[in-house]
Design a protein around this ligand. Structure first.
Ligand SMILES: *Cc1c(COP(=O)(O)O)cnc(C)c1O
Length: 394
């Protein structure tokens, strides 16, 4: 008799051989510049905690208050008994912060993408999708049943050519791009994309997960960065990165938000975000509205680190944001690099296929406002040592 699950062991073994097996490390401390990882105190270069808000006393205090007032679980989906006054307050505050008509919140950025895409397009429709879009966009596109037309990464001529060649073959069309591409740290040319999509009557959606709290005035995101207020139909965001909490959102035009309250499936069929998380998001918006200090610190740190890495001879790819890839090529080298860094007390993960294309493995360094100047210098010193040892730099 054959073991019907034997294929899984074979697949796992193949992943290990290819250097693509995820060895998941365990954190036993709060988020910050330093973490306790697998029992060891290390300098952290791989969280999305851009502004250091994940363990900010202001957020923790608001979460604790909400926990005392509302208890733990939401006990329902938003459309039955799960909508708290806090959820509505967060949606209004987020819309005001971003300068858009309306906003709706979800359990995560991932579910916000699934909700938005599958509510806006269906079988008779077409999606124009950047070839490097995030997995949650890809899954949302598949779930929608719409025809998916990929265009070359940030390639405006290709986007326009794809739209033209498909004209007249669909009911509705939606163009979708990441705002900041999470693996390379480059920014979509959203202003030029808008010029094209608006000329052809194509709806425009941007996923600003890595731009929220990072780009634009005081972290107001990519739409603010390009001064496109009122022009982008759907702006997906996350509270799980710069905001330091967890959750997702769609901000944009009022009809889109109203439609998602009726037809966004994760909104209707998966329980609401907890009161504590929602309150912490409100505290994050308060902090961002009070001052641009954290966002400014993030950018100063990122620029310093990137400049120093380049002068050491590392290839940081095409990044123009705090996401700093250290391009290494083959996955086993990236994994070895990450292990050596960890031995030296620096935590930065290797990223390989399928998260990035084959042959484009890298260490991805995530810079945070929480890093002190000493932290950055210490990181640079260790990167230099490991880079020389492995022959990546001279
Ligand atoms: C991280 C990320 C998401 C998912 O956000 P979560 O809130 O963690 O679910 C979606 N899109 C992009 C581009 C991301 O980088």
């Amino acid at each position: 008799m054959t073991d019907r699950l034997a294929w899984i062991t074979q697949e796992i073994d193949a992943l290990k051989e290819a250097g693509l097996y995820n060895r998941i490390r365990t954190i036993s401390s709060p988020q910050g510049a330093w973490l306790t990882v697998d029992g060891k105190r290390v300098l952290n270069f791989c969280s999305n905690n851009y502004l250091g808000m994940a363990n900010h006393p202001g957020l923790v205090a608001r979460a604790r208050e909400a926990l005392e007032k509302y208890g733990c679980g939401p006990a329902a989906v938003r459309t039955i008994a799960g909508t708290l006054d806090l959820h509505l307050e967060l949606e209004q505050r987020l819309a005001a912060f971003k300068g858009v008509e309306a906003a709706i919140t979800f359990q995560s950025g991932f579910t916000a993408n699934l909700a938005a895409i599958s509510a806006l397009v269906g079988k008779e429709d077409v999606i124009f999708s950047d070839e490097l879009n995030h997995a949650s966009i890809i899954d949302g596109c598949r779930l929608s049943g719409a025809r998916i037309v990929r265009y070359a990464h940030c390639d405006l001529a290709d986007l326009e050519a794809r739209i033209r060649e498909n004209e007249g073959t669909y009911r509705r069309a939606l163009a979708i791009t990441d705002g900041v591409f999470s693996m390379d740290g480059d920014i979509a040319p959203l202003d030029r994309i808008y010029d094209i999509t608006s000329a052809y009557g194509v709806m425009l959606m941007v996923d600003d997960a890595h731009g929220e709290g990072v780009l634009g005035h005081g972290g107001r995101g990519i739409v603010d960065h390009f001064h496109l207020h009122g022009k982008v139909d759907v702006e997906v965001g996350t509270f799980s990165k710069a905001f330091g909490v967890v959750g997702g959102a769609v901000a944009g035009s009022a009809p889109v938000v109203e439609w998602l309250r009726q037809r966004g499936r994760p909104f209707l069929f998966s329980s609401a975000v907890t009161a504590a998380d929602t309150a912490a998001c409100l505290a994050a918006i308060d902090l961002l509205e009070e001052s641009t200090r954290l966002v400014d610190q993030l950018w100063a740190n990122a620029e310093y680190f990137k400049k120093e890495m380049k002068s050491l001879g590392f290839d940081t790819g095409v990044s123009v944001t705090p996401i700093t890839p250290i391009m290494l090529g083959e996955a086993p080298l990236a994994q070895q690099f990450s292990r050596e860094l960890f031995e030296e007390g620096v935590f930065a993960m290797a990223i390989g296929f399928p998260t990035v294309p084959r042959g484009k493995a890298r260490i991805r360094v995530m810079i945070s406002a929480a890093h002190s100047h000493d932290d950055l210098d210490r990181g640079l010193e260790v990167f230099a040592r490991v880079g020389r040892k492995l022959g990546v730099i001279a």
